[in-house]
Design a protein around this ligand. Structure first.
Ligand code: PLP
Length: 399
């Protein structure tokens, strides 16, 4: 007799990942002629320097990369953060406050394992926005914590204000995820909101994880980040971690390269955990990544391309489906009444794949699923494809 292996029952509490749900809804994967706007995978050409530097550093494939990466990588991201957020020299110690990660997804997941221990017999809480990047909830559940979905302070297209939660809840909190600019809605947390969150984290002893991987894809002005807010507060990086990535900034989602910067004690613990279970960044990848963080020309070009796509979107969709230009990121968050029905219609009638907003949100006891009425449309293609797709989308959903 074979006894089937017992799996972790917590896995049953995870909904299927959004793309698996979408494949089920639409009855299969996309074909070669499909226009895939469901996934935030930039289709822009990666900078040529990536292939050149990987080749030049090919000898390093023969080396195990250290968990903390190369000094050159840590210096490059420190210089970048100092420039980007106008930080005082010394706020970030590149030796102790910077960690390379294999894309931010694994880091956003693993950080929950680092901070969600038992709190005097109580299950810790993890705060997250709703709608949200699905990894936050998966991380909380698998770390044995209780996810708390916090709606936007001013409706579905606004950032949550964690500082307004009751003190007992904040005392039980181990980790809070901020996403700015937000996936899926594209709104930005302003400095005042980030400051309230930083202060709440410090007052109640939790870690504020600020996911800023869309920070460089902005429309009118660069969004503030948690590092800049900490610099202004003048009390170092206590209790905060900033996550960022090259996937969107530099059009290299396949490179799997990002970083975490923040509280040195948390970074130390995180690095210890990751030396057991995290994927270290290969040294040739770290060399290419360092060069990308040192170059802004390709990022300016990328931003201009997204702006041109937002211009197209505004021309075609303006005044309909609750269209607005997202302050950051490259998603349209369109109010179509019933996101699943719209996704099916677009797929059947136009071979266009978009994601129902409900798959990016959790049921709220008062309001139901805040993503239900929406679709998320990723503007990741070239201008001509974007124009074709949005014209078809407007015609089909406007009927
Ligand atoms: C909000 C958000 N955070 C993090 C990630 C992870 O990106 P990566 O692992 O490529 O850095 C994504 C990817 O889509 C995202 O949308």
């Amino acid at each position: 007799m074979t006894i089937a292996p017992r799996l972790d029952a917590r896995l049953d509490n995870l909904p299927d990942y959004p793309f698996a749900r979408l494949a089920k809804l639409l009855g299969g994967p996309p074909g070669p002629d499909s226009i895939v706007m469901s996934i935030g995978e930039p289709q822009h050409t990666p900078p040529a320097m990536v292939a050149e530097i990987l080749t030049a550093n090919a000898a390093m494939w023969g080396k195990y990369p250290p968990a903390n990466g190369s000094a050159d990588f840590r210096d490059a991201v420190t210089e970048w953060a100092n420039r980007r957020y106008n930080l005082p020299t010394g706020l970030i110690n590149p030796e102790k406050a910077v960690l390379p990660v294999a894309g931010t997804r694994e880091a956003l997941y693993l950080i929950a394992q680092t901070v969600c221990g038992d709190r005097g017999g109580q299950r810790p809480l993890v705060l997250l926005p709703n709608p949200f990047y699905q990894v936050y909830a998966g991380a909380a559940v698998m770390a044995g914590a209780e996810p708390v979905f916090v709606p936007g302070a001013h409706g579905a297209a606004s950032q949550p204000d964690f500082s307004t939660l009751p003190a007992e809840a904040l005392d039980r909190t181990a980790l809070a995820y901020v996403c700015t600019p937000a996936n899926p809605q594209g709104m930005v947390a302003d400095s005042a909101l980030l400051e309230r969150s930083v202060k709440a984290a410090r007052r109640h002893g939790f870690v504020l994880a600020s996911d800023e991987c869309y920070s460089e894809i902005w429309d009118k002005e660069p969004p503030p980040g948690v590092l800049g807010v900490c610099a202004a507060l003048g009390e170092g990086l206590a209790n905060i971690l900033a996550f960022n990535s090259l996937s969107k900034r530099s059009n290299v989602p396949g490179l799997r390269s990002g970083f975490v910067i923040g509280d040195e004690a948390v970074i130390h613990a995180f690095s210890r955990l990751r030396s057991y279970g995290g994927a270290a960044t290969p040294l040739p990848v770290a060399a290419a990544a360092a060069a990308l963080w040192r170059d802004e020309a390709h990022v300016t070009e990328t931003r201009d391309l997204y702006r041109a796509k937002l211009d197209i979107a505004e021309r075609i969709l303006g005044g309909r489906f609750g269209f607005y230009r997202p302050a950051g990121g490259f998603f349209l968050w369109l109010d179509v009444g019933d996101g699943e029905a719209a996704a099916i219609k677009l797929w059947r009638e136009a071979n266009i794949r978009v994601l129902p907003g409900a798959y990016l949100a959790a049921e709220d006891s008062e309001e139901g699923n805040p993503g239900h009425r929406f679709i998320r449309v990723a503007l990741v293609h070239d201008l001509a494809t974007t124009e074709t797709a949005l014209t078809r989308l407007a015609a089909i959903l406007g009927e």
